[in-house]
Design a protein around this ligand. Structure first.
Ligand SMILES: Cc1cc2nc3c(=O)[nH]c(=O)nc-3n(C[C@H](O)[C@H](O)[C@H](O)COP(=O)(O)OP(=O)(O)OC[C@H]3O[C@@H](n4cnc5c(N)ncnc54)[C@H](O)[C@@H]3O)c2cc1C
Length: 458
């Protein structure tokens, strides 16, 4: 029987599609990488996922899971063809346990849909990638997604209390709260493994009480150094901000060129800061402390949002950065490096030198409180010199981040985009160890091959 017929035979509620149009749509994510899936299966149930994996194993065909395709490292790109499992159709919030503060969800649930659903129970799911209006919990799990509130609340892994997955023998395995006694050994290493170790079919996420009180500030700085000094000072006090976002000079220039957002003259950097709390006295105390820091550091100007409209106007500036970049440049490489806070200034200064060296615009913004910066290298892929220089510039960016004690990826993952830079950051032994983990989970290399490592063959 042909493989398409074998898949059709095991489908319960799901559908499959191998039309050229659908395969074309699912050939890529937000990166420049493209593949071509042999077939797209819109999965609906855990059992059919398990059976499809069994079909794949017996035919020696690879399986690639895909959430919403918002990935920024090529993780969901079916670079070598194979069966692409589209999880957008497996999107049920199975149960919210208000007492235990747990949500049980299928992988295709959209991050914001979960956040909104738990709000009704007075609960909160903190990890909030900027893509949360479209990204899926399965994709967040596989990339160990971070986001704006993660400086205080931590990234996705902190909230995963259990999950179910289909292993490389086509069996459904249970981990954490799904079966504390017989949890699949070492399974939590799957969080952040980019779909290379197994296919996740259900996830149990911890929820916390929704902090009802918050204040939002915007601060304008005459120099980047001042802005970063403010971040460091805040992070060194017991303020524990819920959000600290930094927008650097060139990112600001891009943002205001396409919108009428207020920006004082000579602003070199902006911070957007959110404080939150369960208790009014604590919030008041934090506000006093932070305003003291602003006056101590003599920052140029700051505003505290007096109402929701004003707060939205602060976030509008942050949002305007990525939309305006799309207008000023046909293409960009969005690198998500991390550096220790004390080296953030040196790092951003070095991106100015990298920009000059390669004659390309580079804009920097991001989650400054945890040193996770988005470095956008702007170029035109149809211009050979620019395209080549963009590659060299991103290599320089990674080198600098590592030299300053950082990391080549804070949240977007390695996928295809950064696999050739793994040896910059990790020793031979570390890479050998990672490959051993891959081999232990997936000896035949059927799950998302050729991601993370240049040679992902165990
Ligand atoms: C505008 C924008 C802003 C962004 N901001 C952030 C941010 O602030 N923080 C951040 O961390 N990321 C951010 N991202 C990147 C991206 O949104 C995240 O990586 C997100 O977690 C990907 O989710 P997705 O559903 O789109 O997954 P996809 O892109 O579809 O897939 C991502 C990876 O997950 C795997 N996968 C998906 N489902 C499963 C499953 N069921 N089982 C096993 N593996 C699976 C895929 O194989 C792939 O390797 C941003 C992206 C965009 C476009």
């Amino acid at each position: 029987m042909h493989i398409i017929e074998q898949i059709e035979a095991v489908l319960e509620k799901g559908t499959l599609d191998y039309s050229p149009e659908t395969r074309y749509v699912f050939r890529t994510d937000t990166t420049k990488f493209t593949g071509n899936p042999d077939v797209v299966v819109n999965v609906k149930t855990e059992n059919e996922v398990a059976k499809i994996v069994s079909v794949a194993i017996s035919n020696g065909v690879s399986v690639i899971a895909r959430g919403a395709g918002t990935g920024m490292s090529g993780g969901a790109v079916p670079i070598k063809g194979g069966i692409l499992l589209n999880f957008e159709t497996m999107d049920e919030i199975i149960r919210i346990d208000q007492k235990k503060k747990l949500a049980f969800v299928q992988p295709g649930v959209i991050t914001d849909v979960l956040r909104d659903a738990v709000k009704g129970f007075g609960l909160y799911y903190p990890p909030d990638p900027s893509s949360s209006a479209v990204s899926t919990i399965g994709g967040n799990f596989a990339e160990n997604a971070g986001g704006l509130h993660c400086v205080k609340y931590g990234v996705t892994a902190r909230y995963v209390k259990g999950f179910k997955f289909v292993d490389s023998a086509g069996n459904i395995q249970k981990c954490g709260v799904y079966d504390e006694e017989n949890s699949f050994p070492g399974s939590f290493v799957m969080i952040g493994s980019e779909g290379t170790l197994g296919i996740v079919t259900e996830i149990a996420l911890e929820l916390i009480d929704n902090p009802p009180l918050y204040d939002t500030y915007i601060t304008y700085h005459r120099s980047l150094l001042k802005a970063i000094a403010t971040v460091i000072k805040i992070m060194n006090m017991a303020i524990n901000p819920a959000v600290i976002e930094l927008i650097d000079r060139d990112a600001l220039k891009a943002a205001i060129s396409y919108s009428d957002i207020y920006l004082p003259e000579n602003t070199e950097a902006v911070l957007i800061i959110k404080l939150d709390s369960y208790f009014l006295p604590e919030l008041l105390e934090k506000s006093i402390l932070i305003e003291n820091i602003f006056s101590l550091l003599k920052i140029m100007e700051f505003r505290k949002a007096e109402n929701i409209e004003e707060e939205n106007s602060f976030w509008a500036l942050r949002k305007a950065v990525s939309t305006s970049i799309k207008k000023i440049s046909p293409d960009k490489m969005n690198e998500d490096i991390t550096v220790p806070l004390t080296n953030m200034y040196a790092f951003i200064e070095s991106t100015r030198a990298i920009s000059e060296k390669h004659n390309l615009k580079i804009v920097v913004y991001g989650h400054a409180g945890d040193g996770n910066l988005h470095v956008n290298i702007l170029f035109d892929k149809n211009n050979k010199t620019e395209s080549n220089n963009a590659g060299l510039a991103s290599e320089d960016v990674f080198k600098k981040a590592i030299e300053l004690g950082g990391n080549i990826s804070g949240e977007h993952g390695i996928g295809l985009a950064k696999k050739s830079f793994m040896s910059m950051q990790y020793s031979k032994n570390e890479i050998v160890f990672m490959k051993k983990i891959k081999k232990a989970f997936d000896p035949e290399n059927i799950f998302n091959p050729d991601k993370i490592f240049n040679d992902s063959k165990g």
